[in-house]
Design a binder for this molecule. Structure first.
Ligand code: PLP
Length: 421
């Protein structure tokens, strides 16, 4: 019999199944209160617009032929032009040569890592970081470097040597926090001083509920250099959170030379993203992406507010959490002596509440970093306010049960902007 284990490539060494997903299979899903996963709410998908767009494509023989044919590897030109115009509106003037369509922005992250990382190269990431990005990078066997949380520590002499630094400046997954304008400028300085590239994940950029938008790293870099073809930034975008994830349409924007290299990777990987999905998407966004985004923002803002309210009501003292201005996530920090993995296991087994323990968002070898053991991620994206409140009340009780003795309480600090106190 074939010993498959002896055949797997070394890049599979660190790849493991998610514990929490395995455990969830054991439970009746309808009983579960899902506070962990960050799927967009299907109630806000634009069903009518998609159905009309689909009918219009099939009704036109020329469009229908294009829709069923292989698309160009760089993507359907009219959609690239729409994205280029949108990027220009958002401060990063570019042409279609600066845009490549990908199967979701996840594919963009994978291709960028494939383009830039040889085994043993250094990849700098924020810690914690989006799991999907870490898993994509893992396959290219980098050594991870942490981007320090405090921008005063972003000094070129201490942080050189990385091929790129991956960041999610707006409403990060998993913490929900946002990089200030000054931090963005400082990161661009660091990139220029060290010669590394910046990979900017723009997944949640459109989902802002409070405050004024902050220019993307790409826009700031174009302003500095006067031309997108000279910037050190690759920006990944997606329609997954604003239209629908199943269409799997995202993009990479950056210097045309780099985009051409990425297109070679796309050709070797899957040839092209579905022409039909790209055409469908273009029709929907031409009819009004802003209205779809506004609906999403209204829905998610209310859910965020209810979840924050429930946290204030339910959580014992010394539990801290972030207050995101957008996106889908809240990051909770327990006192240091509560193990968040055990907390997540008990939340699931005893209270039928699923949350994701923070360790999942840390790259291998970073278990000594703050937050690794005692934090977890919540998402308010797919759950109505009442059920979310019920879930938070249950885990609030659990936190109280697991609270360490009063003696050890002094050492614990709350995370970022808000605490229950
Ligand atoms: C930060 C971040 N980046 C990228 C993605 C990938 O999204 P998609 O491939 O659907 O565009 C996600 C998905 O949740 C995400 O949270």
């Amino acid at each position: 019999m074939t010993d498959w284990n002896s055949l797997y490539a070394t890049r599979m060494d660190g790849v493991i199944a998610s514990d929490i997903r395995e455990r969830m299979k054991l439970l009746d899903a309808s009983q579960l209160i899902h506070l962990g996963g960050g799927l967009p709410d299907p109630d806000i998908f634009p069903y009518r617009a998609l159905s009309d767009a689909s009918a219009a494509i099939w009704a036109d023989a020329t469009l229908a032929r294009t829709a069923l044919q292989y698309a160009p590897s760089e993507g359907y030109a009219p959609l690239r032009a729409w994205i280029a115009a949108r990027m220009a509106r958002d401060g990063a003037p570019c042409t279609i040569d600066n845009i490549m369509i990908t199967n979701g922005s996840q594919q963009g992250l994978d291709f960028i890592a494939k383009l830039l990382l040889s085994p043993g190269d250094k990849a700098m990431v924020e810690i914690p970081s989006f799991i999907g990005a870490l898993r994509a990078f893992d396959a290219y066997q980098p050594d991870y470097m942490a981007l320090p949380q405090d921008s005063r520590d972003w000094q070129a002499d201490r942080l050189s040597g990385a091929k790129f630094c991956y960041v999610g400046p707006d409403f990060r997954n998993p913490t929900g926090t946002t990089m200030t304008l000054a931090e963005r400028e400082a990161l661009l300085d660091l990139a220029e001083e060290t010669g590394m590239a910046l990979v900017e994940d723009g997944c949640y950029q459109a989902l802002r509920y409070d405050g004024e938008p902050i220019s993307s790293l790409l826009a700031l870099a174009v302003r500095r250099h006067g031309d997108i073809n000279r910037v050190p930034v690759l920006h990944t975008g997606t329609f997954s959170k604003t239209v629908a994830p199943s269409l799997r349409v995202g993009w990479v924007a950056g210097p045309a030379d780099v985009i051409r290299k990425l297109v070679l990777i796309k050709q070797a990987s899957d040839l092209a993203t579905s022409a039909f999905n790209q055409m469908l998407l273009l029709r929907v966004v031409e009819q009004g992406l802003d209205a779809a985004v506004a609906l999403g923002c209204r829905t998610y803002r209310e859910r965020r507010d209810s979840m924050l309210e429930a946290l204030r009501e339910a959580m014992p003292e010394r539990v801290g959490w972030t207050r995101p201005d957008g996106g889908l996530y809240i990051w909770v920090e327990l006192p240091e002596d509560i193990d968040a993995s055990l907390f997540a296991q008990r939340a699931l087994a005893e209270h039928s509440v699923s949350i994701i323990a923070g360790a999942a968002f840390f790259p291998a070898g970073t278990q000594d970093m703050p937050g690794y053991r005692n934090s977890f991620r919540l998402s308010f994206s797919m759950i109505d306010a009442q059920r979310a409140r019920e879930g938070i009340l249950r885990i609030g009780d659990l936190a109280r049960q697991m609270m360490p003795s009063a003696k050890s309480r002094q050492s614990v600090a709350a995370v970022t902007t808000t605490s229950s106190a």
